[in-house]
Ligand binder design. Structure first.
Ligand SMILES: [Zn+2]
Length: 88
């Protein structure tokens, strides 16, 4: 049970939130790898880049389904527009 960040409805007991990533930013990670050779311990630092989450929201099943439907409609609208321009 939780409050949906999209529709602000309190969900049913046992309903699990679906986390929706709203914003990410680039991030440089430093991985430290420790290698030991006998008495010597070597530390290797390796940089890698990725993205980290800045903001995420908890959405209920209804909002997720609604968004999926909206996305499908948007894709179909684009397909129709492209199809229309191709046939001209
Ligand atoms: Zn909702």
């Amino acid at each position: 049970m939780f409050r949906c960040d999209k529709c602000h409805k309190i969900t049913e007991p046992h309903e699990k939130p679906i986390f929706v990533v709203m914003q990410t930013r680039p991030k440089t990670y430093i991985n430290v790898i420790k290698k030991s050779r006998g008495e010597h311990q070597e530390e290797v630092r390796k940089e890698s880049t990725g993205r980290e989450i800045v903001e995420e929201q908890k959405w209920c099943d209804t909002c997720i389904l609604l968004r999926a439907t909206e996305q499908r409609q948007a894709i179909n609208m684009v397909k129709d527009a492209v199809g229309g321009s191709l046939s001209e």
